[in-house]
Design a protein around this ligand. Structure first.
Ligand code: FAD
Ligand code: NAP
Length: 338
């Protein structure tokens, strides 16, 4: 285990923001992590946990210790007729786990193909896309408390999963490090593709029976065409969450903006696409110096060059003000800001 000093984090976050970490360590196994957290030298040091850096906005240099989680390994640990438990190290690239599952025809996470980042970060915001969420295939996870170096297991209920949210994004933020995730996948998968664009594209395949590979290939293609690739243009995916408002507020908004889209949620709220709200306020495709709003998806803020995290944050603040003024809706950030 090597502690590096004054390391640039530019290549370690998909926004490509150039800040410096006072100390940086790459962790390859859980014993190393327990060792590190047990050392008195680092006890009082602030600690930031880093995966692939695809859901982070750095606004300043980090004065503490950045702990990059690179624990590898994907393994089937149990199977019966119906299900298969797959255990993956927190440092595994999420998409590699999806491809592993699809290749073995294990269903549940195929709609989550092409989401950047690591397995360990996936439960943090209960990653979701195209009508599917991690929690639907989640079994349990293992991790370590930062303060005590104690290991523990969380089952699904204990993770308190919600829409792009979990206990790890709230009460346990910067307190708990996920080391392994176990998924419960289906050996007789039923592809789910009733989500607008996916359904249209799948129907073009003209098949009697669709496989989960058909779904993951189709979604990967849609994402490739629509979303900016962070290797060409800095971004962290959706900057804001889609707001959930009550039905009365939605109907009020509809009076003035009859074309406002809304999706009823399981808790009888209405989810309004934040990208639509931002676009309606005239931000789509706008550029201010080196930061901007992506031309294909207004929910994605981009770094065109060497911008600072604060430039992105200022743009986000302006967007929030205009959405609040126009629709009376307060957007909240999905990206983790440091
Ligand atoms: P990081 O950005 O490194 O970290 C995110 C947060 O998790 C931080 O607060 C960090 O401290 C914490 N964290 C990281 N690893 C651990 C760990 N092992 N233990 C505890 N805490 C940890 N998200 C979606 O939900 N759906 C999408 O469809 C989607 N599409 C995207 C498309 C693009 C182009 C991009 C750039 C991002 C997209 N995202 C999407 C956001 C992002 O990919 C996910 O949130 C992903 O899970 C982040 O993983 P990461 O390893 O990069 O996490
Ligand atoms: P889209 O298909 O243009 O849809 C816009 C929004 O409407 C989405 O945010 C989605 O909410 C909602 N929506 C559309 N159809 C829906 C349905 N049938 N039921 C419920 N909600 C519906 O969105 P997009 O930007 O191209 O993204 C496609 C998918 O990838 C979405 O699920 C999105 O969340 C995910 N994605 C996430 C990120 C990220 O960083 N978090 C980045 C890129 C893409 P939901 O977002 O709740 O699905």
């Amino acid at each position: 285990m090597k502690i590096q000093k004054n390391i640039s984090l530019k290549s370690k976050n998909t926004f490509g923001i150039d800040v410096c970490a006072a100390k940086y360590v790459d962790i390859l196994d859980e014993n190393e992590l327990i060792d590190l957290l047990s050392q008195s030298t680092f006890k009082d040091e602030p600690k930031l946990i880093l995966g692939g850096g695809s859901n982070i906005l750095f606004t300043q240099d980090y004065k503490g210790l950045v702990i990059k989680i690179s624990i590898p390994g994907i393994k089937i640990i149990f199977e019966d007729e119906q299900t298969c438990l797959v255990k993956a190290g927190a440092g595994v690239i999420w998409n590699d786990l999806v491809l592993f599952a699809v290749e073995k025809n294990l269903g549940g996470i195929e709609n989550l193909v092409s989401i950047p980042g690591t397995v360990g970060a996936a439960p943090v915001q209960n990653i979701g896309a195209y009508g599917e969420e991690l929690q639907n295939s989640f079994h349990s996870l293992k991790g370590i408390f930062i303060n005590t170096a104690d290991e523990t297991v969380f089952d699904k209920d204990e993770c308190q999963f919600a829409y792009r949210d979990s206990i790890f994004k709230r009460e346990l933020r910067e307190k708990f490090i996920i080391t392994y995730v176990i998924l419960q996948l289906n050996k007789n998968p039923q592809p789910v593709f009733n989500y607008g664009m996916v359904k249209t594209e799948m129907e073009k395949l003209h098949k009697d029976k669709y496989s989960i590979k058909d779904v993951s290939d189709t979604i990967a293609k849609i994402r490739d065409e629509k979303l900016p690739n962070p290797t060409s243009i800095g971004n962290a995916g959706s900057f804001f969450k889609n707001p959930e408002i009550d039905k009365d507020q939605f109907l009020e908004i509809k009076k003035e903006h009859p074309d406002t889209p809304g999706f009823t949620t399981p808790n009888s709220m209405v989810k309004v696409p934040a990208g639509w709200l931002i676009e309606k306020c005239g931000w789509k495709g706008k550029r201010i110096n080196n930061v901007g709003v992506h031309a294909n998806q207004a929910l994605v803020l981009v770094n065109y060059g060497n911008s600072r995290g604060l430039d992105i944050l200022n743009l986000a603040a302006e967007i929030k003000i205009s959405v609040l003024k126009t629709f009376g809706i307060e957007l909240t950030e999905e990206v983790n800001i440091y």
